[in-house]
Write a protein that binds this ligand. Sequence first.
Ligand code: MF3
Ligand code: CO
Ligand code: CO
Length: 261
Amino acid sequence: MITIKSAREIEIMKEACKMAAKTLHFLGKNLEIGMTTADINKMCHEYTINRSAIPATLGYHGFPASLCTSRNEVICHGIPSTKEILKDGDIINLDVTTLYKGFHGDTSHTYLVGNVRPEIKKLVDVTYNCLMAGISVCKPGARIGDIGAVIEEMAHGNGFTVVHEYCGHGIGRVFHEEPQITHFGKRGTGVEMRPGMTFTIEPMINIGKRHSKVLGDAWTVVTQDKSWSAQFEHTILITESGAEIMTTFSPEEWTADDDKL
Ligand code: MF3
Ligand code: CO
Ligand code: CO
């Protein structure tokens, strides 16, 4: 079932999405070489619960942490660890999902750690452009396949590949709901977008081949060929005239309190 959110529900869900966006921004600002991914998890957990929100990934189908931390060849669902240290030249995706007032906000960003090789920087830039291209085609009457088509064109046009096994998703009171948002596909196919629909777009783009595998911990998804992978994610709302990014805030909305754990 695809849920259409009411104006009142959208208002509350925007608060959850803003909380997720601010949490992610806080983590990005506080990333340092030498830090472990467990340190990031601790910050995320405390930042969230100190604001009366819940980190939605913690315990979700048994996931053991308050966010996903996916570094270098990790595509998604990386588990924070005290043994994983950020080093100069790494890239790391932080994927924050916040449950607040009954609604979810889901957003991720790939950060550069120190000096990153130019071809890896390009991967990260192109992946961000893939997300924004996907968002740009969203409006009532457009179809889900339009998103995948434009993302695939942008990735392939730059010599990169698109992960097929993991997708964006409807979101609201439920973390993962219909429809599935694939990051590949054909224009004019799939579910038609309608005002009040809320879903994520979260392309995972690889520098090498597109294929993935899950590690023995049953969560961490890596590229089969060990090539590096980047990802960006927003939760978006279909409006009467187009689409709105829900997991964002304007600079004047960032207060001194937002810099505190
Ligand atoms: N936040 C991820 C997404 O974008 C889902 C993580 S589920 C977890 O959909 F269990 F791995 F945390
Ligand atoms: Co998501
Ligand atoms: Co996410």
